[in-house]
Design a protein. Structure first.
Length: 102
């Protein structure tokens, strides 16, 4: 096995029980999370790089892809601000548009 130039992430760190319960509560009902934000589906799910139709399906079926769940929690737990999420979403959208026009 090659020597890593950086320390591997420690996924065995013990999680705080209350934080884990809060994460489960937030992820159990994506529709309630969106409704609490007062955004419509289009604007809420766009922050997380997904479409309104996909967001509607997540809300209906409760099965949100892991990368989107991770983004939801980063913002909900205060690790990333809403302004940062919007800025990153716009940067990704613009970069994708540029790739399409090249």
């Amino acid at each position: 096995m090659p020597h890593l130039k950086y320390p591997a992430p420690d996924f065995d760190i013990k999680l705080h029980g209350a934080r884990l319960q809060r994460a489960r509560r937030l992820l159990d009902d994506p529709a309630a999370l969106r409704q609490a934000s007062e955004y419509n589906q289009l604007h809420f799910w766009r922050k997380y790089g997904t479409s309104q139709s996909a967001g509607s399906r997540y809300e209906r079926e409760g099965q949100v892809p892991k990368p989107v769940r991770m983004l939801l929690l980063l913002e909900a737990l205060g690790h990333v601000s809403e302004a940062q999420m919007i800025e990153v979403a716009r940067l990704v959208e613009r970069a994708e548009l540029r790739q399409e026009s090249d």
